[in-house]
Design a protein around this ligand. Structure first.
Ligand SMILES: NC(=O)c1ccc[n+]([C@@H]2O[C@H](COP(=O)([O-])OP(=O)(O)OC[C@H]3O[C@@H](n4cnc5c(N)ncnc54)[C@H](O)[C@@H]3O)[C@@H](O)[C@H]2O)c1
Length: 256
């Protein structure tokens, strides 16, 4: 299949987890992918693996909390692939704190999850405009909409993503840029593996546990590839009349 044939996508946080799965799926669909991540070793590995399968991928060491780093990344992306059609704002940090969070912890999570997303969009959008339009997919979460214990910091940033998605969709519609959010439930990624391991659970136990996989209608955690497929849908022309939407990919979690 080649639902993104001829397209170029920047995927932040593409070295691991949902971002990595998205890079792999987009490349398999004919898209050239720019993996923008702070993790050099993992980012280079993802790029090498995609190239080994005949795909087009470029890793650019990028810290989305630092504007000069973003500017450099966009320049390298355009130099390598001539244009940008798609942006996936996926990179985030998981500072999981209640109201005991320090100012430093707040700044760390706001710098990446909120300000970083805005700055990457600021520098990528002019390139998408030059390409004649395109799509932005932001990674929200069930945490954009619900309360979770001792998650004040993280959920504040994911709620911001929900609002930013609507505002960006409004501002960029005239440029033929659709902006949507994918909102996953709990996905089997490094943070979830660590948190469940700390409670003595393996994947099977985490799937069944009533506070983890068992909390949603489908009674299991999501795999990263299942989130990547939703991101692909919103990034592709299959979603040509969809903007400002939040696609819940949560096994029914938020409906009950
Ligand atoms: N894992 C889940 O269960 C889950 C659920 C809902 C939403 N999400 C959202 O999905 C997205 C991806 O989550 P994940 O679990 O795959 O994360 P992950 O931690 O597995 O991967 C995140 C990637 O982002 C990179 N990154 C972190 N800070 C960065 C920075 N400053 N600049 C550039 N790259 C940076 C990391 O190096 C890493 O490669 C996030 O936005 C997260 O909030 C995740």
């Amino acid at each position: 299949m080649s639902r993104l044939a001829g397209k170029v996508a920047v995927i932040t946080g593409g070295a691991d987890g949902i971002g990595k799965a998205t890079c792999e799926l987009f490349a398999a669909e004919g898209c050239a992918v720019v993996i923008a991540d702070v993790n050099v070793e993992k980012g280079k590995t993802v790029a090498r693996e995609i190239a080994g399968r005949g795909g087009r991928a470029l890793f650019v060491e990028t810290d989305i909390a630092r504007e000069p780093s973003i500017v450099r990344m966009v320049a390298q992306a355009v130099q390598a692939f001539s244009k940008i059609d798609i942006l996936v704002n996926n990179a985030a940090v998981f500072v999981l704190k209640g109201i005991d969070a320090t100012v430093e912890e707040w700044r760390q999570i706001l710098d990446v999850n909120v300000i970083g997303v805005s700055l990457v969009s600021k520098h990528v959008v002019p390139e998408i405009r030059k390409a004649g339009g395109g799509a932005i997919v932001n990674l929200g979460s069930i945490s954009s909409f619900i309360a979770q214990p001792q998650f004040v910091t993280y959920n504040a940033t994911k709620a911001a993503i929900a609002s930013m998605t609507r505002c960006m969709a409004l501002d960029l519609a005239a440029d033929k840029i659709r902006v949507n959010a994918v909102c996953p439930g709990t996905v089997w990624t490094q943070i979830v593996e660590r948190l469940t391991r700390e409670k003595g659970m393996d994947r099977q136990a985490a799937d069944a546990d009533p506070t983890w996989g068992g909390a949603c209608m489908l009674k299991r955690l999501a795999d990263t590839s299942e989130i990547a497929k939703a991101i692909l849908f919103l990034a592709s022309d299959d979603a040509s009349y969809i903007t400002a939407a939040h696609l819940m990919v949560d096994g029914g979690y938020t409906a009950v």
